[in-house]
Design a protein. Structure first.
Length: 106
């Protein structure tokens, strides 16, 4: 009778240890899944600001390119000079913000 109690207690202890281990593993897996599905939970405000600045710069350049393609056949000297000035201003922009280009390339 004493041996049965010892065997029973050993089985119960092993079952508890196994159950607690499985519970810990399942909790880690569920936590990883929750973190994976959070939208931009880890993005820093500085990164968001840099991305927004880069996007604005690209949009500005795109507007100039659109204007160049639509005004390419224009014979007006003022329009051509204005477009050339805008192009030069955009070329000077990245030189004024090298940290932006460096941060985004990392």
């Amino acid at each position: 009778m004493g041996e049965m109690i010892v065997i029973s207690m050993t089985i119960i202890a092993l079952a508890l240890i196994t159950g607690m281990s499985l519970n810990g593993i399942v909790e880690k897996v569920m936590q990883a899944k929750r973190l994976r599905h959070q939208p931009n939970g880890g993005a820093a405000p500085e990164d968001i600001r840099l991305i927004a600045e880069r996007q604005q710069m690209i949009e500005d350049r795109l507007r100039v390119i659109e204007r160049i393609t639509t005004d390419a056949n224009s014979g007006d000297v003022r329009v051509t000079a204005q477009i050339a000035a805008e192009i030069e201003a955009l070329r000077a922009l990245p030189a004024a913000a090298p940290s932006l280009r460096k941060d985004l390339s990392e």
